[in-house]
Structure formats: structure tokens, C-alpha cells
Write a protein that binds this ligand. Structure first.
Ligand SMILES: [Zn+2]
Length: 164
């Protein structure tokens, strides 16, 4: 994805209040992010562990969503499939993240939940090495398909949050 400035990220949120955006902390190491290998930028707020953020390009501009993480004491869903990258090899934890819908529906308490890797490793997961098999002789094609899948599913998730 294209590199984003802090200002662009703060302006991108579709389901957060002004004070929530003001309180947001950027990911640690923000200055050193390698944007080229990211389809989306996701992170947990290191000062507010209940909050997480996901920012991605949608229709040519960055769109950010505020997500609520589960209670930290919640049971771990280690063997649950991440709905965005659908990676079956990663050992990373998967959380049920909940997003308030955009606009009035969100203010009325309407939310959308989805299973996502707790630390948003999805862009890395879909770029993991693929061993060629007789069915998929071209690993690069498999990786390209996985990247498209991740982008498509994340877009659908965000459009669902935006839906009126
Ligand atoms: Zn994932």
C-alpha cells in the first residue's frame, strides 16, 4: 500500500469519535514501516489494549476503522481461522474484533464482528513461502491469489461497516 502520514491516518477513520481519534496511538516503529509489503495497516493500541485499528486503501483513499478487542481474560481462540487472510499455518492468536458501524447505525449501537489475527500479521501470512505442488505448480501465482483474497475480504469487511 502507499505510505500514509499520521495526519492521513487520523483523518481516515469512519467509525470513531473525535476524541477516540485524538487518543489513538500510532504503532510502535511507525517511522520504519515497510509499506510495500502491506495490504493494510493494523495494530493494537499499546496504551489502550482494548483498542485496535485497521487502515487500508478503499476506492483510492485510506479508510480506517476502530476495532474493539476482546477482554484480555477472554479464552484464546488459537485454532480459529482469521477471516481476512484465512491462513492455516500461522500460530498467531486470532481475536474476535468488533467494529462499531459508521454513522447513525453505529451511534445506535450497531456493530460488526470478525475474526482477525490479534496482531494483524495477515499481510505477512499471505506472503509466506508456498511450496509448489502438482495442483499449484506456480508458488508466485498462489501468493498473488492469497494477496488478492486478503484485500478483497478486508474491503468487504470495511464496506459492511460503511453500509447504510
Ligand atoms: Zn489474518
Amino acid at each position: 500500500m502507499e505510505p500514509l502520514s499520521e495526519t492521513a491516518i487520523r483523518k481516515s477513520f469512519i467509525n470513531a469519535t473525535r476524541s477516540e481519534v485524538a487518543a489513538m496511538n500510532l504503532p510502535i516503529g511507525f517511522e520504519n514501516i515497510n509499506w510495500e509489503i502491506l495490504d493494510q495497516l493494523g495494530w493494537r493500541d499499546h496504551k489502550m489494549p482494548q483498542r485496535a485499528y485497521l487502515v487500508l486503501p478503499l476506492d483510492g483513499k485510506p479508510v480506517g476503522v476502530l476495532l474493539r478487542a476482546p477482554e484480555l481474560s477472554a479464552p484464546k481462540n488459537r485454532r480459529v481461522l482469521c477471516a481476512l487472510c484465512q491462513d492455516v499455518f500461522s500460530e498467531e492468536e486470532v481475536f474476535l474484533y468488533v467494529a462499531r458501524r459508521a454513522g447513525q447505525r453505529g451511534r445506535d449501537g450497531n456493530t460488526v464482528g470478525t475474526l482477525i489475527h490479534a496482531d494483524f500479521t495477515c499481510s505477512v501470512n499471505v506472503r509466506a513461502d508456498v511450496a509448489p505442488t502438482p495442483i499449484h505448480p506456480d508458488p508466485d501465482a498462489v501468493t498473488a491469489e492469497r494477496i488478492q483474497g486478503l484485500r478483497g475480504r478486508t474491503e468487504l469487511f470495511v464496506r459492511n461497516i460503511l453500509a447504510k
